[in-house]
Design a protein around this ligand. Structure first.
Ligand SMILES: Cc1cc2nc3c(=O)[nH]c(=O)nc-3n(C[C@H](O)[C@H](O)[C@H](O)COP(=O)(O)O)c2cc1C
Length: 267
């Protein structure tokens, strides 16, 4: 019998089984059960003068970030989709993040084809230009839009994966704070979980919180309390210096570890 390391529970002992009952597993057939995933509205348009030269929308849940530098995202689309042909023609698409106000439109654009209708008009949505693209336009009502140029396409089976470089990003004014930082948590974004749409819940941590100092935890997890506690002038100076130190330290770490944590983003 192998010896247990100090501090490890012997999972064969009955007194330790209750805590591990959640670890008994059912075997399911292999499936795309990664969850939660984002649900986005991808906008695209065929080439001018061509058969498919009209703005269109497709709802996509098979999407994700695939590279930090250059910034890249991927979307997987079945070749039978009208939008697939449009993206193939122009090599362009826009990933429009979906907030709660776009829920109905996102569902609708996922069950109707641009072959048969104008989904922008049907959903009362508007196009708006986005830098870096010639043909595809963004959804004006979306809180954050990523303009993408297709760099590679891989046929995987049921779906083709379009890997797009993000060439421009537009964010709604009300998502930016006074320091010009993006506050995506204000966007009321949706997630897709096994066939259902969900609003996001509460924030329960931040990048690196498990190893952060108490000072950083206080500042980032309880900002209101922190502000209240430090209201005397000399204490405000301490706070300013602490923030400066934390910022400098973070900058050094970023540079040395090649991590881009701009606005809390990690890679
Ligand atoms: C929540 C949701 C997620 C979807 N995700 C994808 C996806 O990742 N890839 C895909 O090809 N189709 C996906 N679909 C289906 C397409 O959005 C749908 O077939 C749409 O009508 C295609 O429009 P089009 O023919 O105008 O391109 C999804 C639909 C829904 C409702």
């Amino acid at each position: 019998m192998t010896e247990l390391k100090e501090g490890c529970k012997d999972l064969n002992r009955p007194e330790n089984q209750a805590a591990t009952s959640g670890s008994r597993k059912q075997k399911l057939k292999p499936a795309t059960l990664l969850a939660p995933v984002p649900v986005v509205l991808v906008s695209c348009c065929g080439l001018p003068g061509g058969e498919r030269a009209k703005p269109n929308l497709i709802t996509v849940a098979w999407t994700g970030t695939i590279c930090s530098d250059p910034p890249m995202v991927a979307i997987s689309i079945r070749p039978s989709r009208y939008s697939h042909q449009q993206i193939r023609e122009t090599g362009e698409f826009v990933v429009n993040l979906v907030d709660h106000s776009l829920l109905r439109a996102a569902d609708f654009c996922g069950v109707r084809s641009g072959k048969d209708m104008d989904k922008f008009a049907a959903c009362n949505l508007n196009t708006e230009p986005i830098p870096g693209l010639l043909y595809a336009q963004a959804v004006a009502e979306s809180p954050l839009q990523l303009a993408c140029k297709v760099r590679q396409t891989i046929s995987l089976g049921s779906h083709d994966c379009f890997m797009g470089e993000v060439v421009a990003v537009q964010a709604a004014d009300n998502l930016m704070d006074q320091q010009g930082r993006l506050c995506l948590e204000k966007a009321d974004l949706l997630a897709y979980l096994h066939g259902d749409y969900h609003r996001l819940g509460e924030r329960v941590g931040f990048f690196g919180f498990s190893v952060a100092s108490q000072k950083v935890l206080n500042r980032r997890l309880m900002p209101a309390k922190f502000e209240k506690k430090l209201d005397k002038p000399q204490e405000k100076n301490i706070r300013h210096t602490a923030r400066k130190n934390v910022k400098e330290k973070a900058g050094r770490k970023r540079r040395s570890r090649g991590i881009d944590r701009m606005n809390g983003q990690s890679d």
